[in-house]
Design a protein around this ligand. Sequence first.
Ligand code: SF4
Length: 165
Amino acid sequence: MIDEMYIRGVQVNYYFVCKTKLWLFSHNVGMENESDAVKLGKLIHRSVFDRDEKEIRIGPIAIDAVRKGDVVEIREVKKSRAFEKASYYQLLYYLYYLSKLGIRAVGKLSYPKQRKNVEVILDESSAREMESVLDDIPRVVNGEMPRPVYKKHCRKCAYFEFCFT
Ligand code: SF4
């Protein structure tokens, strides 16, 4: 079993992208680091945050945070809006996690290429949604590997060969 507070942000993200991916990643099938898409994401990330970046590591999460008065703003930089729902919940999870530690935070999803920012706010209703996702992630991870279902984005996935060859 994985405890709610030991779920990593990327697992929340994969829950929305692909349950197979979530399962593989959670069982340490570690091809994700080799993906060019991941490398590109890191490059964009560095070029945007090299001046005011403050990476905070708390338990299983690592976030980029900037203090604004008594509120912390956390950011996720994404190269495209293709997985916006997954990115939204990943950031919402960080807000939820921080709220459990008594830290008030707001979130911002940044899409530098599109010059677009999306605010993410944790309120009662989004916290309830988050809790139901966090309840369901261990069910997926602790079950049988979900059967891979081919989608357009599979070709860019680090697990493509594992799933389809
Ligand atoms: S290749 Fe497709 S089905 Fe397999 S893990 Fe990646 S996204 Fe999921």
